[in-house]
Design a protein around this ligand. Structure first.
Ligand code: ADP
Ligand code: MG
Length: 258
């Protein structure tokens, strides 16, 4: 792989459910250190695309290469090992653990030790976990149970957990869903920081156009499984096809996003 090769290369990717082409031959790239927004109306194929990249769904056609390695046909766990991370919602069962214990657990899982062998009381990986929590601004709350955290803070912990695997590519499907505008901005600013500091590549979906325009380096737009536009946020804002698909006639991007 040459230095100019993008980290992620998606080519002619497709998936059907019954007769419905949920994703219909899409092609795009994503470079290290780039924050790429995937937008489109409900049912456009965004989640299906994510789930093919992380291996939860097997593509019917096309190719997904990470640093030159084909991901189509690989198991989710192997794709995760190759460096594709995603944010998970902290499961109910883990919300009784403290913040730092949740991150320790993720670090240990990354080391491929058996979860069943780990005891939460152990100090194992605590320093490393605290360092990750510091990066997401959650070190001061390390010893609180996750169950008592504010929603925006839970999202920060989820990001620290995803980073425990040192991913090259992080997938975030609607990371700011249910968040107030201030929390949204704070989470995306943090994500942007990780992209810049670590050369992380991020692919995310987002409903708030304010967030997309403020943070995305580049955007791709899906409609009914097809990629209808890609470019920098300002190019996309003025793209006639995007205006049409999203808003019909006469509406601006901003009005429709409100
Ligand atoms: P988005 O995330 O952009 O809202 P999805 O990728 O979830 O869109 O869905 C794309 C299309 O595929 C929709 O028409 C949806 O109903 C369909 N679809 C998604 N997942 C499944 C599934 N597991 N079984 C059947 N149809 C599905
Ligand atoms: Mg979706």
């Amino acid at each position: 792989m040459s230095a100019a090769t993008p980290l992620l290369q998606v080519s002619n990717l497709g998936k059907s459910f019954g007769g419905v082409k949920a994703v219909d031959g899409i092609t795009f790239d994503l470079a290290a250190g780039e924050l790429l927004a995937l937008i489109g109306p409900n049912g456009a194929g965004k989640s299906t695309t994510f789930n093919m990249v992380n291996g939860q769904l097997k593509a019917d056609q096309g190719s997904i290469r990470l640093a030159g390695t084909e991901l189509v046909g690989q198991r989710p766990r192997d794709i995760w090992r190759l460096g594709v991370g995603r944010t998970f919602q902290i499961a109910e069962t883990f919300s009784s653990l403290t913040v730092v214990e949740n991150v320790q657990m993720a670090l240990i899982s990354h080391d491929r030790k058996l979860f069943s062998m780990w005891k939460p009381a152990a100090g194992h990986k605590r320093d490393e976990a605290l360092a990750l929590l510091e990066q997401v601004g959650m070190k001061a709350q390390a010893d609180r149970p996750c169950s008592v955290l504010a929603y925006g803070d839970v999202k920060r912990v989820e990001l620290a957990i995803a980073m425990a695997n040192s991913p090259k590519l992080l997938l975030m499907d609607e990371p700011t869903a249910g968040m107030a505008p201030k929390e949204r901005n704070s989470l995306m600013a943090l994500t942007k920081q990780l992209v810049v500091d670590r050369g992380l590549a991020v692919l995310f979906t987002e409903h708030s156009m304010d967030v997309v325009f403020a943070y995305a380096d580049r955007m791709i737009v899906l409609a009914r499984g097809r990629l209808i536009a890609q470019g920098k946020p300002l190019e996309i804002r003025d793209h006639p096809k995007v205006q049409e698909v999203y808003f019909g006639t006469g509406k601006t991007f901003e009005k429709a996003a409100a």
